[in-house]
Design a protein around this ligand. Structure first.
Ligand code: NAP
Length: 255
């Protein structure tokens, strides 16, 4: 039997975790996952995990060469634009096939009232005076809302913000997104929310708050995804990623 193919999966998403579950125990591959270290208590992966930045695209290219990687899978979050650009540059420099695993964005459905904006600063500006928004944004981004002292915010994030980070007025909730629409609707109602602010992450995780907003007739300030710098093959789910890896293992180096 030939030696297993070495894979590096750039993670930090539910899809990366699901892909790790599929690759663990697949004797064709020797895969590991890389995390930025952004979350204090990351969810468990079924593969070995390394944590921390590589030192830019050059560092990632070196890592790929050192580990004799057969492929790089970029399964990072759609809003993690820097690592995705680095992955493209590094894979090209190290001549390693690259696959982007990125879930499709959400689209508004009948009954939705979305106001799409280009970035978080535009989301801040889109909130009317005295609004009571539910802010589904991370701890590194929450400070952008702090200047709006007229708002009364319900903020949900996984880890607490650093102590020196200014927060907008309101209630801070430390929790992962729920996929229970009723629980999300109850949470929005308990705050008397007037708006939901969300990034267009896509996927099943985090979609329940949008359904709850629709049910309650609340406008959603939806932040569009940043443009992806990667001009590589992109798949939208773990099944398609496995099909690409099947082709790689079968000897089609282009994936
Ligand atoms: P980013 O702005 O694209 O990347 C910033 C730097 O963090 C990169 O230049 C890289 O450092 C390091 N990095 C990012 N992802 C890494 C990974 N998987 N493994 C090793 N180093 C990594 O990323 P971000 O938006 O801060 O996101 C950080 C992580 O959180 C990502 O893994 C992403 O999947 C996850 N995440 C992000 C969001 C979001 O909204 N941005 C949401 C959920 C999860 P070096 O240049 O030193 O290599």
């Amino acid at each position: 039997m030939s030696a297993p193919l070495v894979l590096l999966v750039l993670g930090g998403t539910g899809d990366a975790r699901a892909l790790a579950g599929r690759l663990a125990g697949d004797s064709r591959f020797q895969a590991s996952v890389s995390l930025a270290g952004a979350v204090e208590r990351p969810e468990a992966y079924a593969l070995p995990v390394r944590t921390g930045g590589f030192g830019g695209a050059e560092g990632l290219a070196r890592t790929l060469s050192d580990m004799e990687a057969a492929a790089l899978v970029d399964a990072t979050h759609p809003f993690a634009a820097r690592i995705t650009a680095n992955a493209a540059a590094a894979a090209s420099a190290a001549d390693v096939p690259l696959l982007r695993l990125q879930r499709p964005p959400w689209h508004p459905e009948p009954g939705d009232d979305w106001r799409e904006v280009g970035d978080l600063d535009a989301a801040v500006a889109a909130l009317p005076q005295g609004a009571r928004p539910f802010l589904a944004v991370g701890r590194k981004e929450i400070a952008r809302f702090a200047g709006r002292t007229d708002l009364d915010c319900l903020m949900r994030m996984i880890d607490p913000p650093r102590e020196d980070v200014p927060l907008p007025r309101g209630r801070l909730m430390l929790a992962r997104p729920s996929d229970d629409v009723d629980a999300e609707a109850a949470l929005l109602a308990s705050h008397g929310a007037t708006h939901v602010v969300a990034k267009n992450s896509g996927g099943r995780w985090g979609a329940a708050k949008l359904v709850a907003a629709r049910q309650l007739g609340l406008p959603v300030i939806m932040v569009r995804r940043p443009c992806s710098a990667a001009a590589c093959e992109t798949v939208g789910d773990v099944e398609a990623a496995m099909a690409w890896l099947d082709r790689l293992a079968a000897g089609d180096a282009s994936g």
